[in-house]
Design a protein around this ligand. Sequence first.
Ligand code: ZN
Length: 699
Amino acid sequence: MTKETKRDQNDLRGRHKRLCEEIEEHNRRYYLEAAPAISDGEYDALMRELIEIETACPELVSPESPSQRVGGAPSEGFATARHQIPMLSIDNTYNEAELRNFDARVRRALAGKQPRYVVELKIDGVSVSLRYEEGRLVRAATRGDGQQGDDITANARTIRSLPLRLRNIASDKNAADNELFGNHEDAPPNPLEVRGEVFMKVSELERINRDREAQGLEPYRNPRNTTAGTLKLLDPKQVAKRRLDVFLYDMVEGVPAHVSTHYEILALLRSMGFPVNPHHARCDSIEDVLAVCGQWRQKRHALDYETDGMVIKVDALEQRRELGATSKAPRWVIAYKFPAETARTRLRDITVQVGKSGALTPVAELEPVKLAGTIVKRATLHNFEEVMRKDFRVGDLVEVQKAGEIIPNVIRVIPEARPDAAPPTMPPAKCPACGSEAHRDPEGVFYRCLNAACPAQVKERLEHFASRAAMNIEGLGPALIEQMVGRNLAKDPADLYALDAATLGGLERMAEKSARNIIEAIDKSRQQPLHRLLLGLGIRHVGARTAALLAAKFGTMDALMRATIEELTDVEDVGDVVAAGIRDFFDVAENRALVERLRSAGLDFKAENTLAAKEDAPLHGLTFVVTGALESCTRDEMHERIQRLGGRFATSVSKKTDYVIAGANAGSKRDKAESLGVKILTEKEFQTLVDSLTGNNHE
Ligand code: ZN
């Protein structure tokens, strides 16, 4: 190595270190103090520079690098993490009397002495235990059964508010806990184990759900389940995309000798850079505790995260030791659970919504009522079987509940408040939109309008066809579609391609220019690749992912229309039910006619990766499994590359696998490939294979 490059490397190393510190400082300001000092754009530029340096000098990548926050390599599964100090559960109380009993028990055990309590919010999330050695996060684990959980370190690193490297314990000039730590700086305790709750903000769940709905996916129902599901993802990059948060509330190993109360522990956690929920209070009596709980019962609805109660802890660590624990829960802590939020209101009407495949869904129209911080006017009733089983009638007084769910539920009727003449609710005999007879699903609980020309269904189908995830026709929204259907301008997607600006311009609130723009957008959608068209057709059970897999496998609309059930079930993710749904769709003459009219309208019936269908594509007929951490790209990108070159990818190794592409830390799939004698390639060897098959040095 020359002197010159050595100096360059030292410069880079120095720049890397400064960038890491700077980015972490901005993270801290943003997430802990809510006082960002730079714009998002400037932050992204710093992050990009960091990643560039790390790409050039991979030896600089450390587990604490802020680059790890965007997600490390995917894993094959979670290792088991044994808790050296078990994660016990907490006993629950549900009312004031039970809480007073707890206080009485504690006082008895402390020989009549009244303890001081600390009251904290009970965050509705997933409990985790975090271990730091020499100030660095070395392990994050879920609670599991209390004795052992999953090692989720890579996923925890993506939580931006969680420090990967701790600050020295410094006195904070603005804080009241100054005298606690003096004016000097101390290194954080080593080792250190802290516990807390990972959660998702309500606003973040709403953001994710807006994206999901735009893609035609079912929204997630509540933040807690979404948090649990996110932490279980094997690909940290996916975890990083959903912004999780964390609050720390306990230290189980490394408590300094001079710290004698829980209140001090919370201050200490904060001083090391941990996010600590600011809403905790010290109480000298159970009366004070009850008052604090009472305040938060309503106040909590103003928070951007969900809480399901309060946690009450004895403050003095010495008293905690005296109290000890039962086999399942400590005796010095109790949870006070808020009752599930319910409200009573009148059921004004039961309306019927018509879905794009004709499902008739009952919706409760309610007298507006305040519930868990929001005004509720409508609630889903799920299906008519449930309406009849629970005997909901128009005019009834009903109980509405919001229990960790964003969409309210009508749980029961108050029979004694029923108006005299309220007749029982019957399932709809007719579709409210077109008047054709409603049919009961043979397999299930749904009533359905079978009239494919039903205007409500037509409207839903056109909306779906034009949606962002499908054909992405900008400007063609629900209000416009409703007018078009009302005037009989469009009965199905093929009609859209026959529209002209003059016709659209005749509609209400439609300026000439916007009419032209919409016609342009419709015209442009002719080039959309096959998988978007397949999604847009609204074939039952075919979502975005299945549509993409079908397009990749069959390559053209014609090949897909000819496919047998056996060929369809050969596609990953396609089982018997989905295959039957696809076959049924193309077996209906009207649907085949629709496809032909779309073809005449000049739509692209080929997959994006047209090579996939061609027999002369370099990887045609070859199946690959990608495993381990790749260097040159992500696993998804590798899959795309394989498809673009005409190959197939699978997610598990079998005798049908031609090659396994193995990155670093490839686990069981590599072993399986070895035992089956499947050839294993490095990324470089894969490139060599591609080069040899394409007959040149470039793709
Ligand atoms: Zn209908």
